[in-house]
Design a binder for this molecule. Structure first.
Ligand code: DGL
Length: 259
């Protein structure tokens, strides 16, 4: 079983790529809804949650864990790799492809405060963004809206204008989605940013990396998947987003858990 976790429903943007790539693999998805958002929280708290959740997922049979959260990857991936004896796949801010393909030499990055603070982001910047100007923006308010199931509304447009207008005005031709929640706003981002901007979502690359790591251990399953979706918070939006991908799934695969 592939364990996947995020502070909330955002990691489903990674799960759906894993599902599209390996439809026979069963996933155990955990949304830490009771403690969402992670973005503004102390890294030590996020590390504690990530360790508890990983132990829970392993206890339920996860043989690999995808940390489908940029903020948790930034705070906790090294600790998780030290503490547990299974492979962990984390999120990487997709600055490299954006910087490589940018023609204007300006790249926008939308992420949480925790991700911008993390060593992984700073290291990625230093390694790949030497030749471009990076305009960073914390996506204040976006995660909270998505957790409520709001993906397209005048309020979202207002928030996105606040977050994206400066990047556009600075000449950015790529916007990197540095939080797994944001791909669920892609339609609205496209509307605000216009048709020319390239929106970079790292989720397909993370799914491909998951497949690579898993296939080094065993054959990828071609059977029928039996995935399960849990949350420490409310499961309404979780259900709705999973059903966008697999419309007729049974209610019984969604449960509330205490971790
Ligand atoms: N989805 C998350 C990320 O990729 C976390 C958002 C949050 O909880 O603030 O960073």
């Amino acid at each position: 079983m592939i364990g996947i976790f995020d502070s909330g429903v955002g990691g489903l943007s990674v799960w759906r790529e894993i599902y599209r790539l390996m439809p026979g693999e069963s996933c155990l998805y955990l949304s830490d809804g009771a403690f969402c958002p992670y973005g503004p929280k102390d890294p030590a708290f996020i590390r504690e949650r990530a360790a508890k959740i990983s132990a829970y997922l392993i206890g339920r049979g996860a043989e690999i864990i995808v940390v489908a959260c940029n903020t948790a990857t930034a705070a906790a991936i090294s600790l998780l790799r030290e503490k547990f004896d299974i492979p962990f796949v984390g999120m990487e801010p997709a600055i490299k492809p954006a910087a490589l393909h940018s023609k204007s030499g300006v790249v926008g990055v939308l992420a949480t405060a925790g991700t911008f603070r993390g060593p992984l982001y700073l290291d990625t910047l230093a390694r790949f963004a030497g030749d471009v100007r990076v305009v960073e923006q914390v996506g204040e308010g976006l995660v909270e809206a998505i957790e409520k199931g709001v993906f397209d509304s005048p309020e979202i447009d207002d928030l996105l204008h606040c977050h994206i207008d400066d990047m556009i005005n600075a000449g950015a031709d790529h916007i990197v989605l540095g939080c797994t929640h944001y791909p669920f706003l892609e339609k609205a981002i496209r509307r605000i940013a216009g048709p020319e901007i390239v929106i970079v979502n790292p989720a397909p690359a993370v799914a491909a990396q998951t497949m690579r790591v898993l296939s080094q251990r065993r054959k990828i399953s071609c059977g029928i998947e039996e995935s399960v979706f849990c949350s420490t918070g409310d499961i309404t939006v979780l259900k709705m987003l999973v059903r966008r991908e697999i419309p007729n799934v049974d209610n019984s695969i969604f449960t509330k858990v205490v971790i």
